[in-house]
Design a protein. Sequence first.
Length: 562
Amino acid sequence: MNKTFDYIIVGAGSAGCVLANRLTASGEHSVLLLEAGGSDRNILIQMPTALSYPMASKTYNWGYNSEPEPSVDNRQITCPRGKGLGGTSSINGMVYVRGHACDFDEWEAHGATGWSYADCLPYFKRAETWQNGENDYRGGTGPLGVSGGNNMQSNPLYKVFIDAGVEAGYPRTGDYNGHCQEGFGPMHMTVRGGVRESTSRAYLRPVMKRSNLTVLPKTLVDKIVFEGKRAVGVAVRRKGRDITFSATKEVILSAGSIASPMILQRSGIGPGTVLKAAGVEPLHTLPGVGQNLQDHLEIYFQFHCKQPVSLNKKLGLFSKFLIGARWFFFKTGLGATNHFEACAFIRSEAGLKSPDIQYHFLPAAMRYDGTASFDGHGFQVHVGPNKPKSRGHIAITSADPVADPNILFNYLQHEEDIAAWRRCIRLTREIMAQPAMDAYRGNEIQPGLGVSSDEEIDTWVRANVESAYHPCGTCRMGRGDDAKAVVDTECSVIGLEDLRVVDASMFPTVPNGNINAATIMVAEKMADVILGAAKLPRQNVPIWIAPNWASKQRENAPMQSN
């Protein structure tokens, strides 16, 4: 086996697969892609409706858990991360949300110069083939297929939810990834031809036979090898053997927001107190490694449905068999969607320039394992504030690469996060009470109308809130003089040579939306930087901002409220 390569990429996930494709395209560079997990060739990964199965599998999910979280009743919150080709893009909910333009301008304001929306948009477009073709905002020829699933044709509840939002005074948006994020409209997904479009399928599989690309699954990276302050390779465990691979140009960490800081810390890079406690010899003190951990929280608003139109009638074994058979032979029907086909983004109060609350609407009342929450018909909306101020951390507990880390999100530690949840619950209840829902909306199952005061809301949220599985920020990008920054604006680890971190851990702040799309964009953008290619020209396009955002929470008063 060849043990020397130009580039070594650690992690074949949402970023790593993109980099493997782009760095090998010219044929000039040899690339080694290392992945701790195995193959993604499993029907339950490929079938969109089966999304709960790979996430529940120890084969495809690292299955991390947080420490007891003080402000959510000391519960340990699960933190799924993908293990296998495609990484988390092979086990996630396939929701495609780029984030609001203001999110990337916020990155630049936090020191990530060159990462404004105008800088990032061309790379979102380069990555994408949007089902409706290319325009000023969407890509038409990229590797990643993005669709609207069944385009809301399979269930009337999708339209009802959108109509209710408009009746409540919010905009209707035709493309939240385009000119106007704010409002209610159809949701997009990384599904192409009825099959999950992971980065493995989109970027890696088509180029696996390139002679200058070597992919090694089931290879656990222990640490980075250095000569002085220069990264020259990685030490790995593969098939019971310890092996060292050498990189003549760069080592690139794309192992994700949990594993990338762990690898840095095991390599002696991080806060001195963390390294000392884990028994790791310090190489380079960087206080920010593993800090700045952010995540989205969500709850399920659940209702009985007065008409027999929900997907609850499709949760029996025979119905699942028919859905699976149709998908297997034709890649169509309910098997070809994640069922999140309607969504919304709203501002929770006046004074916010862009949305901070996100809705995923599901025409069924079910648990995440795909089982019904109660007998009969129902529906639910997943909702949560998306711009939290609370920050957590990740720290290794030993030098052993198979030891679980200490993860503490510190959810709801900031008073503003608690206030945001109160607004979120009340605004959601108002939306669901609109006339458009009258023919379908039965009793509110949860939270339940008994949860209404500030104290009742706070108590219920602490007991029921769950992660939306969007951890990021643990190797934050910033200026070189920023003591808590880990990487510079080219994703190079500050103070070291030939080492980059390219994944969601470099996010300065979490975007208003699911993070897979932004992670892919980051890798696309960094591929040009790594190769020394000319950056795509900035693209300044108009973005809709509510005209009266400073003084009004929404533009129009509700038509009617029950």
